[in-house]
Design a protein around this ligand. Structure first.
Ligand code: PLP
Length: 401
C-alpha cells in the first residue's frame, strides 16, 4: 500500500458495531452492480437471482434509470406535496394508463398497504355502516408496520408484537367458503396477494379470484390486491392479478416500481377513490427522483417488450429448475409464474441452501425454511439462466439430501 492509498475498512466489523442487529446478513459487502451481476468489495462476482428481493427489475444500474435519476437530480430533488411535481403526475398517468386507477405515492410497500387499509376503512365507514375490519390470508406478507404486521398471516412476524392492531383477521388462501364464513357486518375489505411472495410463491386459482371479485361486488367489500412483490411485470403481466381475470378495487405497489429507488403506490378505482384533502399524506412520497426513476422503469418495461420476454425466460428458468428436481430428490416441488419461481425442499434447509449457493457465487433466497425463491431481474437472459443453473447444480451437489 502506498502512503496515499486509504486503508481498507473492515465493513463487516464496522457494521456489527454501528448498525442495529436487525438482519441476518450474508458475509459480503457489495460495491457495484451491472445488469444481473453484483461485484463485491473483495473482487468477487455474483449472479443475482434475488434482485434486491424483487426490486431491481431492470437489473443493477440500468442506463435508463441511472439517466432519469441524474437528470432529475440536477433539476429538482424534493418539493413538498403542497405543490405539483411533474414527474409525479407523469408516473400517475403511466399507472392510470395501465390500470384505469388514480395514484397516491408513498415510500415502501408497507406504507402503500397502510394507505389501502385506511382507504378501505373510510369506504366501510361511509358505505357499510362503519365497517373497518380487513380480512387477509394465511401465509401472506404485507409489511412491518403495526397495521401491516397485523394483516400478515404468519405468526413468526406477529408474536413479539402482541397485542396487534384491532380489526384484522386471516383465513386460508384459495378457500372461498372460509372467506365467506369469516365476513361479518364489520368487514370493510379483503387484502390479498394474487401470488404470495414471502409465503413461498403461491398463486390464487382463477376460480377463486373471480369468485372473490363477485363476492366483494355482491357485498360492497373493497378488494385490495397487494402487488408489492408480484407486480411490475414479474409474472409476465404488468400486474400479477391480470393472470387471473378480474380487477381489484385497490392495488398496492412498491419494490420494482422505481427500479431500485424507494417508492410505494396505492392505486384506487373510481368507486373507492374517496380520499379528500387532509385524509392521508406523506412528506417524501411521490418524490421527483423516485417518480422519474419509476417512469423510466415502466417505459423501459413496456417499450422493450419485456413482459413477453419474462414469460419466455420464466418458462426457461422453470425448465432448468425441473431438471435440477429430477437430479436431486430433496427438491419436492417446482412452481411459479414468469420470473417468480420457487422450489420446495424435503426438510427445513432453505437458509442453508441459499448460503451454499452464495458460496458458489449465485444469489438466491429462501421464503420460509422449506422454499427457495428465484426472483431475478426481468432482463435476465437464457445464457444467464444457463450459467446460474450450472452454479446451482454445483452448489446442490454438495448438499446432503
Ligand atoms: C407482498 C408484499 N407486501 C408488502 C411488503 C412490504 O414492503 P416494504 O418492505 O417495502 O415495506 C412486501 C415486502 O416483502 C411484500 O412482499
Amino acid at each position: 500500500m502506498t502512503a496515499t492509498q486509504p486503508a481498507q475498512r473492515d465493513w463487516q466489523a464496522l457494521e456489527e458495531r454501528y448498525y442495529q442487529h436487525t438482519f441476518a446478513r450474508l458475509p459480503v459487502t457489495f460495491e457495484r452492480g451491472e445488469g444481473v451481476r453484483l461485484y463485491s468489495a473483495s473482487g468477487d462476482v455474483y449472479l443475482d437471482l434475488v434482485a434486491g428481493i424483487a426490486v431491481n427489475v431492470l437489473g443493477h444500474c440500468h442506463p435508463a434509470v441511472v439517466e432519469a435519476i441524474r437528470e432529475q437530480a440536477g433539476k429538482l430533488i424534493h418539493i413538498s406535496n403542497l405543490y405539483i411535481n411533474e414527474r409525479q403526475v407523469e408516473l400517475a398517468e403511466e399507472l392510470y394508463n395501465l390500470s384505469g386507477m388514480r395514484s397516491f405515492f408513498s415510500n415502501s410497500g408497507a406504507e402503500a398497504n397502510e394507505g389501502a387499509i385506511k382507504l378501505a376503512r373510510k369506504y366501510g365507514r361511509l358505505h357499510r355502516n362503519g365497517a373497518y375490519e380487513i380480512i387477509s390470508m394465511d401465509r401472506s406478507f404485507h409489511g412491518r408496520t403495526l397495521a401491516t404486521t397485523s394483516a400478515t398471516g404468519q405468526k413468526k412476524y406477529q408474536d413479539t408484537w402482541l397485542p396487534l392492531a384491532d380489526g384484522f383477521k386471516q383465513v386460508p388462501f384459495n378457500d372461498l367458503d372460509a372467506l365467506k364464513a369469516a365476513v361479518t357486518d364489520k368487514t370493510a375489505g379483503i387484502l390479498i396477494e394474487a401470488v404470495q411472495g414471502e409465503g413461498g410463491i403461491h398463486p390464487v386459482t382463477p376460480d377463486y379470484w373471480q369468485g372473490l371479485r363477485a363476492f366483494c361486488d355482491a357485498n360492497d367489500l373493497v378488494l385490495i390486491a397487494d402487488e408489492v412483490q408480484a407486480g411490475v411485470g414479474r409474472t409476465g403481466k404488468f400486474f400479477s392479478w391480470e393472470n387471473f381475470g378480474a380487477k381489484p378495487d385497490i392495488i398496492t405497489m412498491a419494490k420494482g416500481l422505481a427500479g431500485g429507488v424507494p417508492i410505494g403506490a396505492m392505486l384506487a378505482a373510481p368507486r373507492v377513490d374517496i380520499f379528500e384533502p387532509g385524509d392521508h399524506g406523506t412528506t417524501f412520497g411521490g418524490n421527483p427522483i423516485a417518480c422519474a426513476a419509476a417512469v423510466a422503469t415502466i417505459r423501459t418495461i413496456m417499450g422493450q417488450g419485456l413482459l413477453a420476454q419474462v414469460i419466455e425466460t420464466g418458462a426457461y428458468l422453470q425448465g432448468k429448475l425441473k431438471e435440477l428436481q429430477a437430479k436431486y430428490p430433496f427438491i419436492t416441488d417446482v412452481r411459479g409464474l414468469g420470473l417468480m419461481q420457487a422450489f420446495d425442499l424435503a426438510s427445513e434447509t432453505a437458509p442453508q441452501i441459499a448460503k451454499i449457493a452464495f458460496d458458489h457465487k449465485v444469489l438466491i433466497t429462501n421464503a420460509g425454511t422449506k422454499t427457495i425463491r428465484l426472483i431475478p431481474p426481468l432482463i435476465v437472459t437464457k445464457a444467464d439462466i444457463d450459467e446460474a443453473a450450472g452454479m446451482l447444480d454445483n452448489a446442490l451437489a454438495t448438499v446432503e439430501g
